[in-house]
Design a binder for this molecule. Structure first.
Ligand SMILES: [Fe+2]
Length: 339
């Protein structure tokens, strides 16, 4: 575990407030087989009440007994994560991440309204897809399309600004970006009066467009510094990695595969990975590309105001030739300000 960072041990009975003042997370061993498993549960409860850091309980819940399951459920109800033994240091990191993701999803649901439900639905699908891909588990297409009507309804009812405001509270840049692109692509489709089926396609394409990133090393993906040339080359493989992943999985429609593989292509042929140009790039891909460029550029502004939208649109208009001019003009008509 030392590879994560400094480890500090404490004795049972230490005050959680003292122990956790400088810790990034608390790992508590809960022995469900001890004569008094309630003591471990008490410790978890005490940390949950008196500290705000993530709590991860390590336990052995490979057995199927109902009593154990109930205790695991109680641990989770206290807001703690549970992982089973044996585990790797990376499992601890994943447990903290998953807990943060669950916290965001709860926040979205508590936010309420169509936008809260829509963002929570999109987030649930996105995290399932990414975790499965990272873990080498299947990503069936049926899982990706199950709640897209909720997403579409959220954009239609609450508008893009509410979507962006909520999604921007997500701590993880990879998830945040895919959720932003999903919202912007669907809002764009609505501004274009596209059929509901096309809105659904764009919701799915938005969630999946960067799925190849799930196969990149996290230290590159989450590196806050400027990437080296070699790292950039690796990042640029994500469209092909994502495409190949979904082709291997099978059952994904051509238009979704095209969005995953080609969302970094430009009309003048200067994009990647295949250097497609002009009519080789289908409309659905062009829409995802515009949503993607908008989200990347607008995330670079510290303030997320109408000014940031204006400046971003200005930069994008200087990219006509790479991006579709007619679509860009229509992109302006999205209701960036709430009615
Ligand atoms: Fe991408």
């Amino acid at each position: 575990m030392g590879e994560i960072g400094p480890i500090r041990r404490w004795l049972p009975g230490s005050a959680p407030e003292t122990v956790t003042r400088t810790a990034a997370c608390a790992v508590i061993d809960v022995d469900l087989d001890s004569p008094d498993p309630g003591r471990g549960m008490e410790l978890v409860r005490s940390f949950a009440e008196k500290s705000s850091i993530p709590i991860i309980c390590v336990l052995d819940y490979s057995a199927e007994e109902l009593e154990r399951k109930l205790r695991v459920a109680k641990i989770r109800a206290l807001g703690a994560a549970a992982i089973s033994r044996p585990f790797e240091p990376s499992d601890l990191i994943d447990a903290v991440r998953n807990k943060d993701d669950q916290a965001f999803e709860r926040k979205a649901v508590e936010h309420g309204g169509a936008v809260g439900l829509g963002v929570a639905a999109a987030h649930g699908m996105l995290t399932n897809i990414f975790r499965a891909s990272r873990g080498g588990r299947p990503v069936p297409f049926d899982q990706v399309k199950v709640k897209d009507v909720v997403i579409i309804d959220a954009l239609r009812t609450s508008g893009i600004k509410a979507w962006l405001d909520l999604v921007r509270q997500h701590h993880n840049a990879t998830y945040r970006h895919s959720l932003l692109v999903t919202g912007v692509a669907v809002a764009f489709a609505q501004a274009l009066d596209m059929r509901i089926e096309d809105q659904q396609r764009l919701a799915r394409a938005g969630l999946l467009h960067n799925i190849g990133n799930a196969l990149l090393p996290l230290d590159i993906l989450e590196n806050p510094d400027v990437l080296t040339e070699q790292e950039l080359e690796q990042v640029k493989k994500h469209p092909v990695l994502g495409y190949e992943l979904l082709v291997r999985e099978g059952g994904f429609p051509e238009e979704i595969l095209a969005c995953v593989r080609h969302h970094h292509e430009f009309l003048d042929g200067s994009g990647y990975p295949d250097g497609l140009s002009g009519l080789q790039i289908p409309d659905l891909v062009r829409i995802v590309t515009i949503a993607d460029v908008f989200c990347v550029l607008s995330e670079q502004h510290a303030e997320k105001s109408r000014m940031a939208v204006e400046r971003t649109l200005g930069v994008m208009e200087s990219m006509i030739g790479k991006l579709d001019g007619d679509l860009l003009r229509a992109f302006r008509t999205i209701a960036w300000d709430p009615a």
